[in-house]
Design a protein around this ligand. Structure first.
Ligand SMILES: NC(=O)c1ccc[n+]([C@@H]2O[C@H](COP(=O)([O-])OP(=O)(O)OC[C@H]3O[C@@H](n4cnc5c(N)ncnc54)[C@H](O)[C@@H]3O)[C@@H](O)[C@H]2O)c1
Length: 396
């Protein structure tokens, strides 16, 4: 019999895990910001290998059972579900350990660091179909991106011709990288802006526009910060239908830009910032319009004398977002999936899509050649290991 209120555990009480514990308690998540308590799940246990983190949490919430070994928590805290918010490398193995004990799992992004590892987690989850396995892709709960996906899926702008996302709002000063030793190292994190800051956008990019088939990328490794991993990336992708896409990101743009544009053969979507969609719909496919313009009309159009306004209409959609609400929604959705069989916003197995793109971008920039998806997971692992070994060999 399924319990009425699930018993929940959180693994990793850093920046993110401690935020989730507050969400479960209905506590203040940011100065003056609280959200309603999550329904159908009660936080009963937490785990962190850092004793200070456990002390802090038990000071704030004394009723929680605290464990410095997460396996001890899985074995002894009688939890029905866990949220995993540890550094990325641990995600797949921790998720498998939980599923082995018939515990439902919500893993934070990214799914892991390399696809071979994440594939093992996905394969294991297939052997446990009765368990809910979800990924913290909270941006999928952002109504703006849900609307964008609806527009693309419903064919309003037709077949995609190109996608273009510049997301450089991830400015991080040097001191950020000095906060935790695992950050921005090959051994600790397995990458930089691609693996830490941009996974949400890379997931949304593929969720909305589909998976690319090839990737060619250039990346700057420690280009503006004293770090080993990438802080500046531009990737060019192609899709099966011949469309192209560009993704640019970095952590050194203080004046950050967030501009996502998708051109289809019947229109275009532009999102500048993250609160407004501008949708332009052509009256017919661009090819049909092109065929219909006579030679004696073309000069006037090109000189701007004749307007093309009659060929399209424009609509805007505005959205507001509430800080923390998207994470809340993913966790509530996870609890509802366990308790009531609701469909997951982000299936755990889908985490490999964004990671495959990330791995492909790294691999392409390392080898300086185009790579095809799915990537060669063994080659990626070998190349990543080379960088880890070099980092270890040159450590002060
Ligand atoms: N979904 C989001 O919006 C979002 C935002 C930030 C971070 N994250 C993700 O959350 C994860 C954690 O990031 P963070 O910023 O909280 O990092 P952090 O360094 O602040 O916290 C990580 C915590 O994990 C603990 N830990 C490490 N190994 C452990 C182990 N074996 N067992 C138990 N605890 C262990 C550390 O002691 C630390 O307290 C990362 O994968 C990151 O990508 C997600």
């Amino acid at each position: 019999m399924r319990p009425e209120v699930l018993k929940i555990g959180v693994v990793g009480l850093g920046q993110q895990g401690s935020f989730y514990t507050k969400l479960f308690q209905g506590a203040e998540i940011r100065a003056g910001v609280t959200l309603p308590k999550l329904l159908g799940g009660e936080l009963v246990a937490v785990s962190d290998m850092d004793p200070q983190k456990l002390e802090e949490i038990s000071g704030a919430f004394p009723h929680l059972a605290c464990f410095n070994d997460y396996k001890d928590m899985l074995d002894n805290a009688d939890v029905d579900a866990v949220l995993i918010a540890t550094p990325h490398y641990f995600h797949p193995s921790m998720a498998i350990e939980a599923m082995q004990r018939d515990i439902h799992v919500l893993v934070d992004k990214p799914a892991g660091v390399f696809t071979n590892d994440v594939q093992k987690m996905n394969d294991f989850s297939c052997a446990k179909p009765e368990l809910q396995f979800s990924m913290m892709f909270n941006q999928r709960c952002n109504l703006l991106y849900r609307k964008m996906k609806d527009i693309i899926d419903s064919g309003v702008i037709g077949a995609v011709r190109y996608t273009d996302w510049t997301i450089t709002t991830w400015w991080r000063p040097q001191s950020y990288y000095d906060l935790s030793a695992w950050r921005a190292t090959w051994a600790g994190e397995g990458g930089g802006v691609l693996i830490n800051q941009a996974p949400h956008q890379i997931d949304l990019w593929q969720w909305i526009c589909g998976m690319p088939s090839t990737v060619y990328a250039k990346a700057g490794y420690g280009s503006q910060r004293d770090i080993a991993v990438e802080d500046d990336v531009v990737a060019l992708v192609t899709y099966d239908n011949g469309a192209t896409g560009v993704f640019r990101t970095c952590t050194h743009d203080m004046l950050g830009t967030d501009r996502f544009e998708i051109l289809g053969d019947k229109g275009k979507i532009v999102v500048e910032g993250s609160s407004k969609i501008v949708l332009k719909k052509l009256v017919e496919s661009e090819n049909v319009i092109s065929q219909g313009i006579a030679k004696d009309e073309v000069s006037a159009i090109l000189q701007g004398v004749a307007s093309i306004d009659q060929y399209f209409s424009e609509e805007t959609f505005e959205f507001e977002s509430e800080w923390g609400k998207q994470h809340f929604d993913v966790i509530q959705n996870f609890l509802d999936a366990i308790n009531h069989g609701s469909e997951l916003v982000a299936e755990g197995a889908e985490g490999i899509n964004a990671l495959s793109i990330t791995n492909a971008i790294h691999l392409s920039s390392w080898l300086d050649r185009e790579v095809s998806l799915p990537i060669d997971g063994d080659l990626f692992e070998a190349e990543l290991n080379k960088r880890i070994q070099q980092e270890i060999a040159t450590a002060p």
